[in-house]
Design a protein around this ligand. Structure first.
Ligand SMILES: [Zn+2]
Length: 332
């Protein structure tokens, strides 16, 4: 992680949460437990780390960390002794992890003014583990700040919710995301804009799609989908070629199907509201217009249901190649 990474000035988007936290910190009005709630990959954890660095910076200025003092350096390198991270072990944060955390909190912080404890993906926590955390959440010892993160979809126990100040995090702006993808990850402009567009405001998702190289295959599949007339033998060979490539994605197939779903969802939008309507796949505007003319709405819904079926089959551990072959046979 770069030295400049954990300053508010370097944090992408989320103006409201940033303002609220900086002002509360400056006026000594921070709560003792926050819940950062929003989509995956938009920067909730990074915001928590940034706040931790700021609260312990030796010479802060402009409501931000200096980025140079020994404390900042330790946070930026990711190994400050008073930064405690608790993330799900396997599918969830377990009661054993909460017990261990409570033991750690029985001791005073080693050097930080404010020890920050980040509990990630709290929506994965079961009741037993959550109950074990309640007392700590309600009344942490002075000098401790708890920051919980959770996505939007998961349910959070009311007992947890009622003990935290909830700060909502929204999706990031695609233009800003594209700029980061270009500057920090060396992507060229077209690729950065496409990735930002289909990632629905999640920088984490954009980076994942980039690393897994899912966009080129999406492009190829959509181009094949748009070929209206061709000899059957050609269509069959296309089905097998695409299925092989798709099956090679292994555990990322689900993400790939989600991209295809976005394409059809955009088509439904265009079919209903016309070509001027804002779509997710902005890099494919011309294909969308052509495709929307081709398939009536009922046919698009049928195709979306076909994708549902493929996703269910994958969840039931059916053969990946077989699921994709039958899917592409139906779609092409
Ligand atoms: Zn500093």
């Amino acid at each position: 992680m770069k030295i400049s990474d954990l300053r508010f000035a370097c944090l992408l988007g989320h103006e409201k949460p940033k303002k609220l936290l900086r002002e509360a910190a400056a006026n000594n009005k921070l709560g003792h437990a926050y819940l950062f709630r929003g989509p995956d990959g938009v920067g909730k954890k990074r915001t928590a780390l940034t706040l931790a660095a700021f609260l312990n910076c030796v010479s802060p200025g402009n409501s931000d960390s200096c980025g140079r003092c020994p404390s900042c350096r330790r946070y930026f390198s990711g190994n400050h002794p008073d930064l405690l991270l608790v993330e799900p072990e396997g599918a969830a944060i377990k009661i054993g992890q909460v017990r261990k955390l409570k033991e750690q909190l029985a001791f005073a912080p080693m050097e930080a003014r404010m020890r920050v404890i980040i509990l990630e993906d709290i929506h994965t926590m079961r009741r037993e583990a959550a109950n074990s955390l309640l007392k700590t959440l309600e009344e942490p010892a002075p000098g401790n700040l708890l920051i919980l993160t959770a996505d939007l979809a998961g349910d959070i126990l009311p007992t947890i919710l009622s003990r935290c100040q909830v700060i909502p995090f929204g999706p990031l702006d695609p233009e800003e995301m594209a700029a980061v993808l270009m500057q920090e990850h060396g992507l060229e402009k077209t690729a950065a804009l496409s990735l930002a567009a289909v990632s629905e405001g999640s920088l984490g998702r954009a980076l994942f799609l980039h690393q897994a190289e899912l966009l080129p295959l999406r492009q190829e599949v959509v181009e094949e989908l748009l070929i209206a007339e061709r000899p059957q033998a050609e269509a069959v060979s296309a089905v097998f070629r695409l299925s092989d490539k798709g099956a090679a994605l292994k555990e990322n197939i689900g993400e790939f199907l989600a991209l295809l779903r976005l394409f059809y969802r955009d088509l439904v939008l265009v079919a209903v509201a016309g070509t001027e309507t804002p779509v997710v796949n902005r890099d494919m505007a011309s294909s969308l217009a052509a495709a929307a003319e081709r398939w009536p709405l009922a046919e698009l819904h049928k195709r979306l249901r076909r994708l549902d079926l493929a996703e269910k089959q994958l969840q039931r551990n059916c053969s990946r190649s077989l699921v994709l072959e039958t899917l592409f046979f139906d779609l092409l």
